[in-house]
Write a protein that binds this ligand. Structure first.
Ligand code: ZN
Ligand code: ZN
Length: 601
């Protein structure tokens, strides 16, 4: 009997519900995922006009027998699922047997396959009808060619935005499939131009270099973490390189590319103050999990998946990320002539994106990284819940390990002067360091206040003259609802009319500041977020106070103050960025300086 079996009706309908082949993107996805499932080692995707004219997928996988090949055109045929339970086990990718008949019904569809046991077999369908079958000679594997997609359903064509957009979707898809399947060699070609190629050597760093550029690969960190039944591998690009969207945080679960907003956010939480506002990291979360721990309440056609112990996994990801970042030096290195400017909005248009990808295409280059080897993959450290609990119990140990962390990563340097009363200059054998005094002190103050607010009791003082704050009726209702939470952080509010309230007392830590401004900011912040999350509140309050309390630019400080500043900065959990994610220290290496003076080339 062939490998492909017919699904029972109930299951078939479940699958059909989410099944629409609506764009070249979905065709490529289905076909490539089928190749992955067939254990292919090489998958070549050749497109003509972003797939609109032709999509060709060639693999060297298991191939099919003639019977299986014919069965593939029957609705709901699949070799992967036998019952509903299997559907959720997510061990194979193309669990939707519907794909081939759907695609074949709107195109000219040629399937050639050879399972290595018999001769090769080729069958051709047009608009869902078989028009030819023959035996062919070919290597083991499957070759599918889809031409003139939607030729018989012109209405679908309307939904295709533009060839470039479509191509961008497909490129991004192949990037992600390649990240999820490091051992498979992918090649993507459009109109004779190679857009992407991976080497299939299982090397995440070369893949990152290929997809996100060499700078990202240079700044790649690796961290492993475990929680019961789950193995997590984190590939984190240092926050110096960041993006304006979350799409470059890739979640892989049991070798498939999936989505789960909670886990993505858990990783972002780990990067917390390392990133400027509205900027996101590049990272790959690779999860190996017992399929039984994947929540079955999710529609199989969706990429979105849920886990039964999601909170535990979230916690593990956040903590592992924090640890990995804490263990590394994060000083941005200024490169002469480097075009990497992560702080400006990168509006990569398609042309440039493809240009870069073609340039990066010579992969052999990356096989032996020549850059900063010691910073790469050097944070490999086991992380587990048990261990973490132990750490908490033995409090004295925490500070010990912490101190070693600083010594490991924070550079030692000597003060040589101040620029514009704003930037402190330091030197060591590596080069010149510029410290932004405001950013540095802001980081110190932020960490101080953040931990300070963690403590149970907050001291408050009553105001002699209560502050009157105007607000809308809705705002007032919201505030009264959350009065208790505000009291907890030291603010006592009292209604004073329909459109205003009094602040009766305030926490002592803000007494010397512009109380009214701070209170208003906090309150408007809460109203805007429409929630009072203590964590967020503590964080934003600490940021605000830290900024207010820190030395401003254009203010010269003396040597003693400078020493205190650097010593305190060293002790921070993250000395390298201010709480808003801007760098505190920037390095200009001796080599770069010599380059400026043309002493070296
Ligand atoms: Zn500031
Ligand atoms: Zn700042």
């Amino acid at each position: 009997m062939g490998k492909i079996i017919q699904l029972d009706n109930h299951l078939a309908n479940m699958i059909a519900a989410g099944e629409v082949v609506e764009k070249p993107y979905s065709v490529v996805k289905e076909l490539v995922e089928n190749s992955i499932d067939a254990n292919a080692k090489n998958i070549t995707i050749t497109l003509q006009d972003s797939g609109m004219t032709m999509i060709d997928v060639l693999d060297d996988g298991d191939g099919m027998s003639q019977d299986d090949a014919l069965m593939a055109f029957k609705r709901h045929a699949t070799s992967k699922i036998k019952n509903e339970h299997d559907l959720y086990r997510i061990n194979s990718l193309g669990f939707r047997g519907e794909a081939i008949p759907s695609i074949a019904s709107v195109s000219l569809f040629e399937l050639s396959t050879n399972n290595g046991l018999t001769n090769g077999y080729k069958v051709t369908y047009k608009a869902g009808k078989m028009i030819n079958e023959e035996s062919v000679s070919m290597n083991k594997g499957t070759h599918i060619k889809v031409s003139n997609l939607f030729f018989n359903t012109p209405a679908r064509l309307k939904y295709i935005k533009s060839l470039n957009t479509e191509l961008a979707y497909i490129t991004e898809l192949i990037d992600k499939l390649a990240l999820a399947n490091k051992d498979i060699r992918f090649k993507l070609i459009n109109n004779q131009k190679v857009l992407f190629q991976s080497n299939g050597q299982g090397n995440m760093q070369s893949l990152i270099a290929n997809i996100y550029g060499i700078e990202a690969a240079k700044n790649l960190l690796y961290k492993e973490a475990f929680c019961p039944g789950v193995e997590i591998k984190l590939y984190l690009v240092k926050s110096i390189i960041n993006k304006s969207r979350k799409n470059d945080i890739i979640l892989i679960c049991n070798k498939r590319y999936v989505r789960n907003t909670n886990l993505i956010n858990a990783l972002i939480d780990g990067y917390k103050t390392y990133l400027p506002q509205f900027r996101y990291p590049i990272a790959v979360i690779d999860i190996k999990i017992d399929p039984l721990l994947i929540d079955v309440n999710v529609h199989p056609s969706k990429l979105e998946i849920k886990f039964s112990e999601e909170d535990v996994i979230k916690y593990t990801i956040t903590n592992a990320t924090i640890d990995a970042l804490k263990e590394t030096e994060m000083i941005p290195n200024y490169n002469i002539g480097s075009k990497v400017d992560s702080y400006t909005n990168e509006k990569v248009n398609l042309e440039t994106k493809y240009e870069t990808q073609t340039l990066n295409f010579n992969l052999e280059k990356y096989d032996e990284p020549t850059y900063q080897k010691n910073h790469l993959y050097d944070v490999k450290k086991e992380y587990s819940f048990e261990k973490n609990e132990e750490k908490i119990k033995q409090t004295p140990n925490i500070s010990n390990t912490k101190k070693e962390d600083y010594r490991k990563t924070f550079p030692s340097f000597e003060y040589i002067g101040t620029l514009h009363g704003t930037y402190l200059l330091f030197q060591n054998e590596e080069g010149l360091f510029l410290v932004d005094q405001h950013a540095a002190e802001e980081r110190i103050n932020y960490e101080y206040y953040y931990h300070f607010f963690e403590k149970e009791s907050v001291q408050t003082i009553d105001l002699l003259i209560p502050i009157n704050v105007n607000c809308t009726k809705n705002e007032l209702l919201f505030l009264l609802e959350n009065k208790d939470k505000l009291t907890k952080i030291g603010f006592h509010l009292e209604e004073s009319g329909l459109n205003s309230f009094f602040i009766r007392s305030i926490p002592t830590y803000i007494k010397n500041n512009n109380v009214e401004e701070i209170v208003k900011k906090i309150i408007y912040y809460m109203i805007e977020k429409n929630s009072v999350d203590m964590m967020i509140l503590r964080d934003s309050l600490a940021k605000m106070i830290a900024c207010k309390k820190s030395i401003k630019a254009n203010h010269k400080i003396n040597l003693e103050e400078i020493n205190t500043l650097i010593n305190n900065l060293k002790k921070c959990d993250n000395p390298y960025t201010c709480p808003h994610g801007r760098p505190t220290i920037v390095k200009l290496t001796t080599y770069e300086i010599e380059k400026l003076f043309k002493r070296v080339m």
